[in-house]
Design a protein around this ligand. Sequence first.
Ligand SMILES: *[C@@H]1O[C@H](CO)[C@@H](O)[C@H](O)[C@H]1NC(C)=O
Length: 174
Amino acid sequence: MASYALVRSAIFLLVASMYFSASSGVSQYVLATICGQTQNQETCEEILQSDPRTSSADPHLLSLISLQLAMKRVDRNFDAFSQFRDNTTDPALKIAFENCVTLYQNMKDILRADYKLSQQEKYDRITDLGQLTTLTYNCENGISSSISPTAGITEDMLLIAQTAVYTNSYVAGS
Ligand SMILES: *[C@@H]1O[C@H](CO)[C@@H](O)[C@H](O)[C@H]1NC(C)=O
């Protein structure tokens, strides 16, 4: 009898804590739902949790956070590819890096527009985030060097793009 009461109060606590975490911000369940759709669930969760606001974010804020994280990374990569372009003495690589700079400028424009839509809570009009992945690939595929110096930042960009895609489709549907 005593153990039955114990189990009951344990279940009550469990349900109460699930309810509490669901109502006070992003639960582990929501993060797993979003990130389980990406190529790397763990990295996606790390990306979102790198912003300290995530643990107490509602879906609206989570959308903004995911877009801000993507914008920060796109800005950084834009600068990196500009440097690679300026530094290289290989004419073919210079053209490839210049192409990347243009593609990352496109990504900046897409994200600025989507961020505005997110601020207005028009999530169903955020439909072009998938292009971030395409543009990231287009950049990297243009670099013919056998050991691409930018493979690492491209890989990171793809995961951040996927994180933004699935965060916003989750928010649009919730
Ligand atoms: C480009 O060159 C500058 C100056 O030498 C250097 O500080 C920077 O790290 C280089 N950037 C890249 C991406 O190689």
